[in-house]
Design a protein around this ligand. Structure first.
Ligand SMILES: [Mn+2]
Length: 232
């Protein structure tokens, strides 16, 4: 199957279900294309052994969703893919739980950067002290985007990210994404060969409540066993 065939199925399904269509250009990246942010060419064949990263959201009644899932095309994560995926998933699940009134998106991002940087050291992508790798921004080789944005009438919805010069605390009723990832370019210098070309992002949409956030995209599977069962 080609990436654009999957894109077509996704966009068809949005329209068929009564949505206006994709809220932004659907991203389908297989194999090393999953490591390219905002990859929308979607023109490559999906190969046995590839991870497929899909970042897509249906627009409905002028509001858009923004979901990313990554799964193994052949129904089985390789050991290296599994290790990377587990780090991103554990980071994302813990970050979602932080999304409560009073917390800031900056705090959630800093938490994800720390967890992912620890993971990079564990995987052998980076070497040295986590604090230093964060300070000197070495982690940006493998995690180079923000963790969250406002979501609503636009995929990056309007709204101030700061208040009186500092990060704006979350409030009940706000809608955000949480989307950590790890991207290991096929030609990244000095990384273990088994990890080359692996890209993983997991993204959910949340409503801030008085307690734990309501995950609007909870019905979309992200556990390894669920993804493997579904694709097989
Ligand atoms: Mn997003």
């Amino acid at each position: 199957m080609f990436e654009h065939e999957l894109e077509a199925v996704i966009n068809y399904t949005f329209r068929r279900a009564g949505g206006a269509g994709p809220g932004y250009a659907t991203i389908v990246g297989a194999g090393e294309n999953a490591t390219i942010l905002h990859y929308i060419e979607n023109r490559c064949a999906i190969a046995d052994g590839d991870l497929v990263l899909v970042d897509a959201g249906c627009e409905y009644d002028h509001y858009t969703a923004d979901i990313t899932r990554t799964w193994p095309a052949n129904g089985r994560f390789s050991p290296a893919q599994r290790r990377v995926y587990e780090i991103v998933l554990a980071t994302q699940v813990a970050a979602i739980d932080m999304a409560r009134p009073g917390t800031t998106l900056e705090q959630i991002h800093e938490f994800c950067v720390r967890k992912l940087t620890e993971g990079m050291v564990e995987l052998g992508l980076l070497h040295g002290a986590v604090d230093e790798l964060i300070t000197d921004q070495s982690y940006r080789k493998f995690y180079m985007h923000g963790t969250s944005h406002w979501l609503g009438l636009d995929v990056h919805d309007a709204g101030a990210y700061t208040k009186d010069g500092s990060a704006r605390p979350l409030e009940r009723g706000m809608v955000i994404t949480v989307e950590p990832g790890l991207y290991i370019a096929h030609d990244a210098p000095e990384v273990p060969d088994a990890l080359r070309g692996i890209g993983v992002r997991i993204e959910d949409d949340l409503v801030i409540t008085d307690g734990a956030p309501e995950v609007l995209t909870a019905a979309c599977p992200k556990e390894i066993a669920e993804l493997e069962a579904l694709t097989r």
